[in-house]
Design a binder for this molecule. Structure first.
Ligand SMILES: *Cc1c(COP(=O)(O)O)cnc(C)c1O
Length: 403
C-alpha cells in the first residue's frame, strides 16, 4: 500500500485507516488501490441496502433532474408522504426531518422539554440517560451521552441530564424528581458495545414514565430502519416509546434524520419552535422513500432475520474455536458484536488485512454490521476471514508470550 506524503487538510478528529474507496456494490467495496473488501461496516449502520442499490440510484437520479432543495417555507409533498409512511409503520403521529442523528436527538430533547413547558411546567426539563449511551456530538447530545472522554475540553456540559447505570431500575426511580421530563435510552446500545437492556427493564421504564407523566424517548438512530431485524427495534421489545429518533439508515446513505412522536408528546411544538434549513429536502426525502420501498416489500425482514441467525451461529462457532482471541457474541438482527480478548482495535486491523471491514465499539467489542441484503455466501466469506484473522492474532499472542 502506498502511503500518501501529502499532509491532510481534514481536521484530524478521526483515526482513519490507511485505505480509501472509490466505489461499491452491495456488500462489496473497491479501494483506490483496486482491492476488493467485504464491507461489514455499512458506513456505521447507514448503507442498509448495500452500496449502489439500483432502486436507490434510480430514485436519486430521477429526483436530481427535478428538485434538489426547497426551503421549509413551502409544502413538501414527498416529505408528507415519507412522514405518513413512517407513522403508518410506527406508534408516531408526527415527524420532524433533519440531517443527522445528533440533530434528530436534539429535536427529541427539545420536544420533551417543550411538552412539559407548554403544559405549564417549565421546571420539568431534566432527562434521565444511561451509562454507555451514545446520542451524538452536539453540545446537548454530548451531555446526554455523558462520556468524560468526549466531553473533555468543551466547557461545562449542558445542564439537564441525569445519568444512571444501564439496567439499574432502582437508580432510575431515585433519579426521578420534580424536574424530570423524560427518560432517554437506546433499545440496544451500538457505540457502547452492543449492550442490550432487558425487555423487563424497558417495561419498567415505561411504567415509571406512565406513573410520573414522563416521556419515554428511544434513540433508534442506529437500531432503526431494520438493523435489529424489524423496521424499528422497539417492536421487538414489547415496549412503545412516546418519542423516537431515526437517522443512520433512513436515507440508505443520504444524510437525513427524523424525530418521531405521538401527537400528545409533540403537542408543545408550535410554529417557530424548531426548524432546519436542509431538513427533509427533496433529495433526502426521495432517498428515504426509496429505502422504504425496498424495506416494506414482503419478505425483506425475513431475509434480514435469517441472515442474523446464520451470522450469530457462525460467529459463535468461531468464538468457540478461538477462546484466546474472542469471548462472546452479542446483539440483535444485523447489529452484532463480538467481544474480543485481544484489544478490539487489533482485531479490526487484522480483519482489515483480511479485507473484511468491521467497526470497533465500547467494551472491547467489534461490531459486524453487514448490509441487510447480505447473502449467505457473503456471511460464509466473512466468517472465513474472521477465522484467518483469529489464527494470525493467536499466533502473535503466543509469540509475545514466549518472548
Ligand atoms: C450515530 C448515532 C448518533 C449520532 O448520529 P450522527 O448522525 O453521527 O449525528 C446518535 N445516537 C445513536 C444511537 C447513534 O448510533
Amino acid at each position: 500500500m502506498t502511503k500518501s506524503a501529502t499532509p491532510s487538510h481534514l481536521l484530524p478528529v478521526f483515526a482513519r485507516a490507511d485505505v480509501g474507496f472509490e466505489r461499491g456494490e452491495g456488500a462489496w467495496l473497491v479501494s483506490t488501490d483496486g482491492d476488493r473488501y467485504l464491507d461489514f461496516t455499512s458506513g456505521v449502520a447507514v448503507n442498509a441496502l448495500g452500496h449502489a442499490h439500483p432502486h436507490l440510484v434510480a430514485a436519486l437520479q430521477e429526483q436530481a433532474t427535478k428538485l434538489w432543495h426547497m426551503s421549509n417555507l413551502f409544502k413538501s409533498p414527498d416529505g408528507e408522504r415519507l412522514a405518513a409512511r413512517l407513522c403508518e409503520q410506527s406508534f408516531a403521529d408526527m415527524v420532524f426531518f433533519c440531517n443527522s442523528g445528533a440533530e434528530a436527538m436534539e429535536c427529541c430533547i427539545k420536544l420533551t422539554r417543550r411538552y412539559h413547558a407548554m403544559k405549564g411546567h417549565p421546571e420539568r426539563y431534566r432527562i434521565i440517560t444511561f451509562e454507555g449511551a451514545f446520542h451524538g456530538r452536539t453540545l446537548a447530545t454530548l451531555a446526554a451521552t455523558g462520556a468524560a472522554k468526549y466531553l473533555e475540553g468543551f466547557g461545562p456540559p449542558m445542564d439537564g441530564f441525569d445519568q444512571v447505570p444501564l439496567g439499574d431500575i432502582e437508580a432510575v426511580k431515585k433519579a426521578v424528581g420534580p424536574n424530570t421530563a423524560g427518560i432517554l435510552i437506546e433499545p440496544l446500545q451500538g457505540e457502547g458495545g452492543v449492550r442490550a437492556p432487558s425487555n423487563a427493564f424497558l417495561k419498567s421504564l415505561r411504567q415509571i414514565c406512565d406513573d410520573n407523566g414522563l416521556l419515554l424517548v428511544f434513540d433508534e438512530v442506529q437500531t432503526g430502519m431494520g438493523r435489529t431485524g424489524e423496521l424499528f427495534a422497539y417492536k421487538r421489545t414489547g415496549v412503545t416509546p412516546d418519542v423516537m429518533s431515526l437517522a443512520k439508515a433512513l436515507g440508505g446513505g443520504f444524510p437525513i434524520g427524523a424525530c418521531l412522536a405521538t401527537a400528545e408528546a409533540a403537542s408543545g411544538m408550535t410554529p417557530g419552535s424548531h426548524g432546519s434549513t436542509f431538513g427533509g429536502n427533496p433529495l433526502a426525502v426521495a432517498a428515504a422513500n426509496a429505502v422504504l420501498d425496498v424495506m416494506l416489500k414482503p419478505g425483506f425482514f425475513d431475509h434480514a432475520q435469517k441472515m442474523s441467525l446464520l451470522l450469530k451461529q457462525k460467529l459463535a462457532s468461531v468464538v468457540d474455536r478461538h477462546r484466546d482471541v474472542l469471548s462472546e457474541v452479542r446483539g440483535e438482527g444485523l447489529l452484532l458484536g463480538v467481544k474480543a480478548v485481544v484489544p478490539a482495535g487489533d482485531l479490526v486491523n487484522a480483519l482489515r488485512d483480511e479485507k473484511l471491514l468491521t467497526v470497533g465499539a465500547g467494551d472491547n467489542v467489534v461490531r459486524f454490521l453487514p448490509p441487510l441484503i447480505v447473502t449467505e455466501a457473503e456471511l460464509d466469506e466473512a466468517v472465513q476471514r474472521l477465522e484467518r484473522a483469529c489464527v494470525t492474532l493467536a499466533g502473535q499472542t503466543k509469540k509475545e508470550a514466549a518472548q
